[in-house]
Design a protein around this ligand. Structure first.
Ligand SMILES: Cc1cc2nc3c(=O)[nH]c(=O)nc-3n(C[C@H](O)[C@H](O)[C@H](O)COP(=O)(O)OP(=O)(O)OC[C@H]3O[C@@H](n4cnc5c(N)ncnc54)[C@H](O)[C@@H]3O)c2cc1C
Length: 436
Protein backbone atom coordinates (compact mmCIF):
# COMPACT_ATOMS: atom_id res chain seq x y z
CA UNK A 1 0.00 0.00 0.00
CA UNK A 2 1.47 3.29 -1.02
CA UNK A 3 1.18 6.24 1.23
CA UNK A 4 0.47 9.90 0.67
CA UNK A 5 0.09 12.78 3.00
CA UNK A 6 -3.47 14.06 2.95
CA UNK A 7 -4.55 17.67 2.68
CA UNK A 8 -7.75 19.47 1.81
CA UNK A 9 -11.33 19.19 2.96
CA UNK A 10 -13.21 15.90 2.72
CA UNK A 11 -15.60 15.78 -0.16
CA UNK A 12 -18.10 12.99 0.25
CA UNK A 13 -19.53 11.80 -2.99
CA UNK A 14 -23.25 11.24 -3.12
CA UNK A 15 -24.08 7.55 -2.86
CA UNK A 16 -25.37 7.53 -6.39
CA UNK A 17 -21.95 8.69 -7.59
CA UNK A 18 -20.23 5.78 -5.99
CA UNK A 19 -20.40 3.41 -8.89
CA UNK A 20 -19.08 5.94 -11.35
CA UNK A 21 -16.80 4.30 -13.87
CA UNK A 22 -18.46 0.95 -13.63
CA UNK A 23 -20.59 0.42 -16.65
CA UNK A 24 -21.97 -2.90 -15.46
CA UNK A 25 -23.25 -1.52 -12.17
CA UNK A 26 -26.42 0.16 -13.22
CA UNK A 27 -27.84 -2.85 -15.00
CA UNK A 28 -27.26 -5.35 -12.21
CA UNK A 29 -27.89 -3.15 -9.15
CA UNK A 30 -31.49 -2.61 -8.09
CA UNK A 31 -32.73 -5.68 -9.90
CA UNK A 32 -30.55 -8.00 -7.82
CA UNK A 33 -31.32 -6.12 -4.61
CA UNK A 34 -35.04 -6.38 -5.04
CA UNK A 35 -35.02 -9.99 -6.08
CA UNK A 36 -33.22 -11.31 -3.00
CA UNK A 37 -36.08 -10.85 -0.56
CA UNK A 38 -37.44 -14.20 0.58
CA UNK A 39 -34.79 -16.25 -1.24
CA UNK A 40 -33.97 -19.68 0.17
CA UNK A 41 -30.31 -20.35 0.97
CA UNK A 42 -29.93 -22.37 -2.23
CA UNK A 43 -31.45 -19.59 -4.31
CA UNK A 44 -29.27 -17.04 -2.54
CA UNK A 45 -26.17 -19.11 -3.28
CA UNK A 46 -27.11 -19.47 -6.93
CA UNK A 47 -27.76 -15.73 -7.15
CA UNK A 48 -24.41 -14.61 -5.73
CA UNK A 49 -22.49 -17.35 -7.56
CA UNK A 50 -24.05 -16.35 -10.87
CA UNK A 51 -23.52 -12.66 -10.22
CA UNK A 52 -19.84 -13.12 -9.38
CA UNK A 53 -19.28 -15.32 -12.43
CA UNK A 54 -20.96 -12.75 -14.64
CA UNK A 55 -19.25 -9.72 -13.15
CA UNK A 56 -15.66 -10.78 -12.47
CA UNK A 57 -15.13 -10.25 -16.15
CA UNK A 58 -14.00 -7.42 -18.41
CA UNK A 59 -12.29 -4.66 -16.44
CA UNK A 60 -12.60 -6.75 -13.24
CA UNK A 61 -11.25 -10.06 -14.57
CA UNK A 62 -7.68 -9.24 -13.58
CA UNK A 63 -8.67 -8.62 -9.98
CA UNK A 64 -9.19 -12.29 -9.08
CA UNK A 65 -7.17 -13.16 -5.99
CA UNK A 66 -5.75 -9.65 -5.64
CA UNK A 67 -5.23 -7.70 -2.38
CA UNK A 68 -5.70 -8.61 1.26
CA UNK A 69 -3.44 -8.58 4.30
CA UNK A 70 0.17 -8.05 3.29
CA UNK A 71 -0.99 -7.17 -0.24
CA UNK A 72 -3.09 -4.06 0.29
CA UNK A 73 -0.92 -2.21 -2.23
CA UNK A 74 -2.18 -4.39 -5.08
CA UNK A 75 -4.54 -2.85 -7.65
CA UNK A 76 -6.09 -0.42 -5.20
CA UNK A 77 -8.00 1.65 -7.77
CA UNK A 78 -9.36 -1.47 -9.46
CA UNK A 79 -10.49 -2.92 -6.12
CA UNK A 80 -12.15 0.37 -5.20
CA UNK A 81 -14.08 0.30 -8.47
CA UNK A 82 -15.00 -3.33 -7.77
CA UNK A 83 -16.28 -2.50 -4.27
CA UNK A 84 -18.45 0.24 -5.75
CA UNK A 85 -19.70 -2.16 -8.38
CA UNK A 86 -20.62 -4.65 -5.64
CA UNK A 87 -22.44 -1.90 -3.80
CA UNK A 88 -24.36 -0.72 -6.83
CA UNK A 89 -25.59 -4.27 -7.27
CA UNK A 90 -26.69 -4.41 -3.62
CA UNK A 91 -24.00 -6.78 -2.32
CA UNK A 92 -22.56 -4.53 0.43
CA UNK A 93 -23.84 -4.01 3.98
CA UNK A 94 -25.48 -7.44 3.86
CA UNK A 95 -25.70 -7.81 7.64
CA UNK A 96 -26.99 -4.31 8.38
CA UNK A 97 -30.71 -4.02 9.06
CA UNK A 98 -32.81 -2.86 6.11
CA UNK A 99 -33.87 0.34 7.91
CA UNK A 100 -30.21 1.40 7.91
CA UNK A 101 -29.72 0.71 4.23
CA UNK A 102 -28.51 -2.87 4.71
CA UNK A 103 -29.84 -6.07 3.23
CA UNK A 104 -30.69 -7.73 6.55
CA UNK A 105 -29.83 -11.18 5.15
CA UNK A 106 -29.78 -14.21 7.43
CA UNK A 107 -26.65 -15.52 9.17
CA UNK A 108 -26.40 -18.51 6.89
CA UNK A 109 -26.71 -16.23 3.85
CA UNK A 110 -23.86 -14.06 5.17
CA UNK A 111 -21.72 -17.19 5.38
CA UNK A 112 -22.84 -18.26 1.91
CA UNK A 113 -21.86 -14.87 0.53
CA UNK A 114 -18.35 -15.19 2.04
CA UNK A 115 -18.02 -18.77 0.79
CA UNK A 116 -18.98 -17.88 -2.75
CA UNK A 117 -16.85 -14.74 -2.68
CA UNK A 118 -13.79 -16.81 -1.71
CA UNK A 119 -14.69 -19.56 -4.17
CA UNK A 120 -14.81 -17.04 -7.02
CA UNK A 121 -11.40 -15.69 -5.95
CA UNK A 122 -12.93 -12.19 -5.84
CA UNK A 123 -10.57 -9.38 -4.80
CA UNK A 124 -10.03 -8.33 -1.18
CA UNK A 125 -12.36 -5.50 -0.22
CA UNK A 126 -10.99 -2.01 0.42
CA UNK A 127 -14.05 -0.67 2.27
CA UNK A 128 -14.29 -3.33 4.98
CA UNK A 129 -13.24 -1.12 7.93
CA UNK A 130 -16.20 1.18 7.36
CA UNK A 131 -18.69 -1.53 6.49
CA UNK A 132 -17.73 -4.22 8.97
CA UNK A 133 -16.41 -2.20 11.95
CA UNK A 134 -17.75 1.33 12.00
CA UNK A 135 -21.11 0.54 10.37
CA UNK A 136 -22.32 -1.75 13.19
CA UNK A 137 -21.06 0.78 15.78
CA UNK A 138 -22.91 3.63 14.04
CA UNK A 139 -26.06 1.51 14.07
CA UNK A 140 -25.57 0.69 17.79
CA UNK A 141 -24.40 4.09 19.09
CA UNK A 142 -24.91 6.74 16.39
CA UNK A 143 -27.45 9.54 16.42
CA UNK A 144 -30.04 9.47 13.62
CA UNK A 145 -28.14 12.37 12.00
CA UNK A 146 -24.84 10.48 12.15
CA UNK A 147 -26.50 7.38 10.73
CA UNK A 148 -28.04 9.37 7.88
CA UNK A 149 -24.75 11.17 7.22
CA UNK A 150 -22.37 8.20 7.23
CA UNK A 151 -24.12 4.87 6.64
CA UNK A 152 -25.15 5.48 3.00
CA UNK A 153 -21.64 6.71 2.14
CA UNK A 154 -20.13 3.57 3.71
CA UNK A 155 -22.53 1.18 1.99
CA UNK A 156 -22.01 2.87 -1.38
CA UNK A 157 -18.21 2.94 -0.87
CA UNK A 158 -18.23 6.70 -1.40
CA UNK A 159 -16.11 7.12 1.75
CA UNK A 160 -13.38 4.89 3.19
CA UNK A 161 -12.56 4.65 6.89
CA UNK A 162 -9.61 3.71 9.07
CA UNK A 163 -9.34 2.85 12.75
CA UNK A 164 -7.33 5.19 15.01
CA UNK A 165 -6.93 3.28 18.27
CA UNK A 166 -3.29 2.20 18.79
CA UNK A 167 -0.60 4.67 19.81
CA UNK A 168 3.13 4.28 20.42
CA UNK A 169 2.44 3.82 24.15
CA UNK A 170 -1.07 2.41 23.96
CA UNK A 171 -1.47 -0.88 22.11
CA UNK A 172 -2.43 -3.81 24.33
CA UNK A 173 -2.91 -1.29 27.12
CA UNK A 174 -5.37 0.75 25.10
CA UNK A 175 -6.58 2.68 28.14
CA UNK A 176 -3.24 4.55 28.12
CA UNK A 177 -4.46 6.63 25.15
CA UNK A 178 -2.67 10.00 25.12
CA UNK A 179 -4.21 11.62 22.02
CA UNK A 180 -6.33 14.52 23.25
CA UNK A 181 -9.26 16.41 21.81
CA UNK A 182 -10.77 19.62 23.11
CA UNK A 183 -13.85 21.55 22.05
CA UNK A 184 -13.00 24.98 20.70
CA UNK A 185 -15.18 27.25 18.57
CA UNK A 186 -17.74 24.60 17.65
CA UNK A 187 -15.34 21.82 16.74
CA UNK A 188 -12.98 19.30 18.27
CA UNK A 189 -9.25 19.88 17.93
CA UNK A 190 -7.39 16.59 17.95
CA UNK A 191 -3.70 16.33 18.82
CA UNK A 192 -1.60 13.19 19.14
CA UNK A 193 -0.14 10.23 17.28
CA UNK A 194 -1.69 6.97 16.17
CA UNK A 195 0.28 4.02 14.85
CA UNK A 196 -0.28 0.81 12.85
CA UNK A 197 -3.30 2.50 11.25
CA UNK A 198 -4.33 0.19 8.40
CA UNK A 199 -5.39 1.89 5.15
CA UNK A 200 -4.97 5.39 6.65
CA UNK A 201 -3.29 6.47 3.42
CA UNK A 202 -6.47 5.92 1.41
CA UNK A 203 -9.08 6.68 4.07
CA UNK A 204 -11.38 9.70 3.96
CA UNK A 205 -12.26 9.39 7.65
CA UNK A 206 -10.84 7.89 10.83
CA UNK A 207 -12.67 6.80 13.99
CA UNK A 208 -10.31 8.09 16.64
CA UNK A 209 -10.23 7.14 20.32
CA UNK A 210 -9.12 10.31 22.12
CA UNK A 211 -8.98 11.71 25.63
CA UNK A 212 -11.58 14.49 25.82
CA UNK A 213 -11.73 14.99 29.60
CA UNK A 214 -8.53 16.82 30.60
CA UNK A 215 -6.64 15.02 33.37
CA UNK A 216 -8.75 11.86 33.10
CA UNK A 217 -7.10 8.48 33.67
CA UNK A 218 -7.29 5.12 31.96
CA UNK A 219 -10.65 4.25 30.38
CA UNK A 220 -12.60 7.24 31.74
CA UNK A 221 -12.77 10.53 29.85
CA UNK A 222 -12.28 8.98 26.39
CA UNK A 223 -14.49 9.69 23.38
CA UNK A 224 -14.85 8.16 19.92
CA UNK A 225 -14.47 10.97 17.39
CA UNK A 226 -15.19 10.81 13.67
CA UNK A 227 -12.34 12.78 12.10
CA UNK A 228 -11.90 13.72 8.44
CA UNK A 229 -8.50 12.62 7.15
CA UNK A 230 -8.18 15.05 4.26
CA UNK A 231 -7.28 18.21 6.12
CA UNK A 232 -4.05 20.08 6.90
CA UNK A 233 -3.91 18.86 10.53
CA UNK A 234 -3.49 15.20 9.50
CA UNK A 235 -0.20 13.66 8.34
CA UNK A 236 0.10 10.01 7.29
CA UNK A 237 3.42 8.13 7.04
CA UNK A 238 3.83 4.53 5.85
CA UNK A 239 5.43 1.79 7.90
CA UNK A 240 7.41 -0.73 5.87
CA UNK A 241 6.83 -4.33 6.91
CA UNK A 242 8.69 -7.63 6.80
CA UNK A 243 6.82 -8.40 3.58
CA UNK A 244 8.42 -5.31 1.98
CA UNK A 245 5.05 -3.60 1.64
CA UNK A 246 3.20 -1.02 3.73
CA UNK A 247 -0.24 -2.07 4.91
CA UNK A 248 -0.32 0.36 7.80
CA UNK A 249 0.83 3.80 8.80
CA UNK A 250 1.67 6.32 11.44
CA UNK A 251 -0.95 9.09 11.67
CA UNK A 252 -0.17 12.46 13.24
CA UNK A 253 -2.99 14.74 14.36
CA UNK A 254 -1.83 18.30 14.83
CA UNK A 255 -4.90 20.32 15.79
CA UNK A 256 -6.99 18.31 13.30
CA UNK A 257 -10.64 19.34 13.31
CA UNK A 258 -13.89 17.44 13.63
CA UNK A 259 -17.32 19.09 13.99
CA UNK A 260 -18.61 19.18 17.58
CA UNK A 261 -21.41 16.70 16.84
CA UNK A 262 -19.03 14.05 15.44
CA UNK A 263 -18.75 12.03 18.66
CA UNK A 264 -19.98 8.45 18.46
CA UNK A 265 -21.79 7.71 21.72
CA UNK A 266 -21.77 10.29 24.48
CA UNK A 267 -18.61 12.34 25.12
CA UNK A 268 -16.67 10.39 27.76
CA UNK A 269 -18.26 7.09 26.71
CA UNK A 270 -15.54 6.24 24.19
CA UNK A 271 -14.36 3.17 26.08
CA UNK A 272 -17.78 1.54 25.77
CA UNK A 273 -17.85 2.19 22.02
CA UNK A 274 -14.22 0.99 21.64
CA UNK A 275 -14.97 -2.27 23.43
CA UNK A 276 -17.96 -2.86 21.20
CA UNK A 277 -15.85 -2.18 18.11
CA UNK A 278 -13.10 -4.51 19.29
CA UNK A 279 -15.64 -7.29 19.86
CA UNK A 280 -16.84 -6.89 16.26
CA UNK A 281 -13.24 -6.70 14.97
CA UNK A 282 -12.20 -9.91 16.72
CA UNK A 283 -15.36 -11.85 15.90
CA UNK A 284 -17.90 -11.24 13.16
CA UNK A 285 -15.65 -9.02 11.01
CA UNK A 286 -13.11 -11.83 10.58
CA UNK A 287 -15.45 -14.45 9.14
CA UNK A 288 -14.87 -13.40 5.56
CA UNK A 289 -11.12 -13.82 6.10
CA UNK A 290 -11.60 -17.17 7.76
CA UNK A 291 -13.34 -18.43 4.66
CA UNK A 292 -10.39 -17.24 2.58
CA UNK A 293 -8.29 -19.54 4.76
CA UNK A 294 -9.98 -22.55 3.17
CA UNK A 295 -8.79 -21.37 -0.21
CA UNK A 296 -5.22 -21.17 1.08
CA UNK A 297 -5.57 -24.61 2.67
CA UNK A 298 -6.98 -26.12 -0.55
CA UNK A 299 -4.06 -24.66 -2.49
CA UNK A 300 -1.58 -26.36 -0.18
CA UNK A 301 -3.44 -29.68 -0.33
CA UNK A 302 -3.58 -29.53 -4.13
CA UNK A 303 0.19 -29.11 -4.24
CA UNK A 304 0.80 -32.03 -1.88
CA UNK A 305 -1.53 -34.30 -3.87
CA UNK A 306 0.68 -33.77 -6.90
CA UNK A 307 3.84 -34.98 -5.16
CA UNK A 308 5.05 -37.23 -2.36
CA UNK A 309 3.72 -36.90 1.15
CA UNK A 310 5.55 -38.21 4.19
CA UNK A 311 3.52 -39.45 7.19
CA UNK A 312 4.38 -36.43 9.36
CA UNK A 313 3.11 -34.05 6.68
CA UNK A 314 -0.10 -36.06 6.28
CA UNK A 315 -0.71 -35.70 10.00
CA UNK A 316 -0.12 -31.94 9.89
CA UNK A 317 -2.48 -31.49 6.96
CA UNK A 318 -5.19 -33.57 8.62
CA UNK A 319 -4.75 -31.52 11.78
CA UNK A 320 -5.09 -28.28 9.80
CA UNK A 321 -8.29 -29.57 8.19
CA UNK A 322 -9.76 -30.37 11.63
CA UNK A 323 -8.86 -26.85 12.77
CA UNK A 324 -10.63 -25.40 9.75
CA UNK A 325 -13.79 -27.36 10.56
CA UNK A 326 -13.65 -26.11 14.16
CA UNK A 327 -13.30 -22.52 12.93
CA UNK A 328 -16.35 -22.86 10.70
CA UNK A 329 -18.47 -24.31 13.51
CA UNK A 330 -17.28 -21.58 15.85
CA UNK A 331 -18.05 -18.84 13.34
CA UNK A 332 -21.61 -20.10 12.86
CA UNK A 333 -22.11 -20.37 16.61
CA UNK A 334 -20.83 -16.84 17.21
CA UNK A 335 -22.95 -15.33 14.46
CA UNK A 336 -26.01 -17.17 15.79
CA UNK A 337 -25.31 -15.94 19.33
CA UNK A 338 -24.90 -12.30 18.27
CA UNK A 339 -27.61 -10.29 19.96
CA UNK A 340 -28.80 -13.23 22.09
CA UNK A 341 -29.74 -11.95 25.57
CA UNK A 342 -26.94 -12.73 28.04
CA UNK A 343 -24.38 -13.58 25.35
CA UNK A 344 -20.93 -12.21 26.15
CA UNK A 345 -19.94 -11.26 22.62
CA UNK A 346 -16.59 -9.91 23.82
CA UNK A 347 -15.48 -13.22 25.34
CA UNK A 348 -16.76 -15.24 22.40
CA UNK A 349 -14.89 -12.94 20.04
CA UNK A 350 -11.69 -13.49 22.04
CA UNK A 351 -12.07 -17.27 21.71
CA UNK A 352 -12.63 -16.94 17.95
CA UNK A 353 -9.64 -14.59 17.59
CA UNK A 354 -7.32 -16.96 19.46
CA UNK A 355 -8.42 -19.95 17.41
CA UNK A 356 -8.14 -18.44 13.95
CA UNK A 357 -4.92 -16.50 14.58
CA UNK A 358 -3.04 -19.57 15.82
CA UNK A 359 -4.54 -21.79 13.14
CA UNK A 360 -3.52 -19.39 10.40
CA UNK A 361 0.05 -19.08 11.67
CA UNK A 362 0.31 -22.88 11.73
CA UNK A 363 -0.97 -22.93 8.14
CA UNK A 364 1.83 -20.54 7.14
CA UNK A 365 4.35 -22.92 8.71
CA UNK A 366 2.73 -25.85 6.92
CA UNK A 367 3.03 -23.99 3.61
CA UNK A 368 6.75 -23.52 4.25
CA UNK A 369 7.13 -27.25 5.05
CA UNK A 370 5.45 -28.13 1.77
CA UNK A 371 7.46 -25.60 -0.24
CA UNK A 372 10.72 -26.89 1.23
CA UNK A 373 13.98 -25.15 0.36
CA UNK A 374 12.46 -22.97 -2.37
CA UNK A 375 10.53 -21.13 0.36
CA UNK A 376 13.82 -19.51 1.35
CA UNK A 377 14.30 -17.69 -1.93
CA UNK A 378 12.41 -14.59 -3.11
CA UNK A 379 11.34 -14.66 -6.75
CA UNK A 380 13.30 -11.70 -8.09
CA UNK A 381 13.59 -8.64 -5.93
CA UNK A 382 13.58 -9.05 -2.14
CA UNK A 383 9.95 -7.87 -2.05
CA UNK A 384 8.63 -10.21 -4.71
CA UNK A 385 7.29 -13.07 -2.66
CA UNK A 386 4.95 -15.82 -3.69
CA UNK A 387 1.56 -16.33 -2.04
CA UNK A 388 2.85 -18.88 0.48
CA UNK A 389 5.82 -16.79 1.50
CA UNK A 390 3.49 -13.83 2.05
CA UNK A 391 1.09 -16.06 3.99
CA UNK A 392 3.90 -17.23 6.25
CA UNK A 393 5.34 -13.76 6.87
CA UNK A 394 2.09 -11.86 7.24
CA UNK A 395 0.51 -14.44 9.53
CA UNK A 396 3.10 -13.35 12.14
CA UNK A 397 0.79 -10.34 12.54
CA UNK A 398 -2.34 -12.44 13.12
CA UNK A 399 -1.59 -12.97 16.81
CA UNK A 400 -1.02 -9.21 17.26
CA UNK A 401 -3.63 -7.11 15.46
CA UNK A 402 -7.12 -6.81 16.87
CA UNK A 403 -5.49 -7.49 20.26
CA UNK A 404 -2.64 -9.93 20.85
CA UNK A 405 -3.07 -13.53 21.98
CA UNK A 406 -1.98 -12.65 25.51
CA UNK A 407 -4.68 -9.98 25.71
CA UNK A 408 -7.37 -12.40 24.50
CA UNK A 409 -6.24 -14.93 27.12
CA UNK A 410 -6.42 -12.17 29.76
CA UNK A 411 -10.01 -11.32 28.73
CA UNK A 412 -11.02 -14.99 28.90
CA UNK A 413 -9.32 -15.40 32.29
CA UNK A 414 -11.23 -12.46 33.77
CA UNK A 415 -14.57 -12.60 32.03
CA UNK A 416 -15.18 -16.30 31.35
CA UNK A 417 -13.37 -17.74 34.37
CA UNK A 418 -13.62 -14.96 36.97
CA UNK A 419 -9.91 -15.19 37.80
CA UNK A 420 -8.39 -12.29 39.77
CA UNK A 421 -7.59 -9.30 37.54
CA UNK A 422 -4.05 -8.36 36.57
CA UNK A 423 -2.66 -5.38 38.45
CA UNK A 424 -3.24 -2.09 36.59
CA UNK A 425 0.05 -0.56 35.40
CA UNK A 426 1.16 2.45 37.45
CA UNK A 427 0.91 5.76 35.51
CA UNK A 428 4.22 6.79 33.89
CA UNK A 429 6.12 9.28 36.09
CA UNK A 430 5.94 12.90 34.94
CA UNK A 431 9.17 14.07 33.24
CA UNK A 432 11.51 16.09 35.44
CA UNK A 433 11.13 19.86 34.95
CA UNK A 434 13.21 21.13 32.05
CA UNK A 435 13.56 17.68 30.44
CA UNK A 436 11.59 16.55 27.40
C1 LIG B 1 -1.26 -5.86 10.62
C2 LIG B 1 -1.69 -4.95 11.73
C3 LIG B 1 -2.70 -4.03 11.49
C4 LIG B 1 -3.09 -3.17 12.51
N1 LIG B 1 -4.07 -2.24 12.23
C5 LIG B 1 -4.43 -1.37 13.18
C6 LIG B 1 -5.39 -0.35 12.89
O1 LIG B 1 -5.89 -0.24 11.77
N2 LIG B 1 -5.71 0.52 13.87
C7 LIG B 1 -5.17 0.44 15.12
O2 LIG B 1 -5.55 1.24 15.97
N3 LIG B 1 -4.26 -0.51 15.43
C8 LIG B 1 -3.87 -1.40 14.49
N4 LIG B 1 -2.94 -2.37 14.77
C9 LIG B 1 -2.27 -2.35 16.09
C10 LIG B 1 -2.64 -3.49 17.00
O3 LIG B 1 -3.92 -3.34 17.53
C11 LIG B 1 -1.56 -3.53 18.09
O4 LIG B 1 -0.33 -3.87 17.48
C12 LIG B 1 -1.86 -4.52 19.19
O5 LIG B 1 -2.98 -4.10 19.93
C13 LIG B 1 -0.65 -4.72 20.13
O6 LIG B 1 -0.20 -3.50 20.60
P1 LIG B 1 1.36 -3.11 20.50
O7 LIG B 1 1.78 -3.34 19.09
O8 LIG B 1 1.51 -1.75 21.07
O9 LIG B 1 2.13 -4.17 21.38
P2 LIG B 1 2.33 -4.12 22.99
O10 LIG B 1 1.03 -3.73 23.63
O11 LIG B 1 3.52 -3.29 23.29
O12 LIG B 1 2.63 -5.64 23.28
C14 LIG B 1 3.90 -6.23 23.06
C15 LIG B 1 3.85 -7.66 23.56
O13 LIG B 1 3.58 -7.68 24.98
C16 LIG B 1 2.47 -8.50 25.25
N5 LIG B 1 1.66 -7.95 26.33
C17 LIG B 1 1.23 -6.67 26.45
N6 LIG B 1 0.47 -6.54 27.55
C18 LIG B 1 0.42 -7.75 28.15
C19 LIG B 1 -0.22 -8.27 29.32
N7 LIG B 1 -0.97 -7.49 30.10
N8 LIG B 1 -0.06 -9.58 29.61
C20 LIG B 1 0.70 -10.40 28.81
N9 LIG B 1 1.34 -9.96 27.69
C21 LIG B 1 1.19 -8.67 27.37
C22 LIG B 1 1.64 -8.50 23.97
O14 LIG B 1 0.84 -9.64 23.88
C23 LIG B 1 2.73 -8.48 22.91
O15 LIG B 1 3.19 -9.78 22.68
C24 LIG B 1 -2.50 -3.25 13.79
C25 LIG B 1 -1.49 -4.18 14.03
C26 LIG B 1 -1.07 -5.02 13.01
C27 LIG B 1 0.02 -6.00 13.29
Amino acid sequence: MELGQRAGAPGPAAPSDAAAGSGQAAASGPAVAASLAGRTDEEFRAEIRGWLAGNLTGEFAGLRGVGGPGREHEAFEGRLAWDRHLSAAGWTALSWPAEHGGRGVTISQQMIFHEEYARADAPARVSHLGEQLLGPALIAFGTPEQQRRFLPAIASVAELWCQGFSEPDAGSDLASIATTARLAGGHWEVTGQKVWTSLADVADWCFVLARTAPGSQRSSGLSMLLVPMRQPGVTVRPIRQLTGTSDFNEVFFDGARADADLVLGDPGDGWKVARYLLGVERGAATFGRQIQFRREFDDIVAQVRRGRCDPALRQKIARAWVGLEVLRACALQTLAAAGRPGADAGTEASVVKLLWARWHQALGELAMDVAGARALVARAKPDELDAWQRLYLFSRADTIYGGSDEIQLGIIASRALGLPREPTPAPAPAPAPGRP
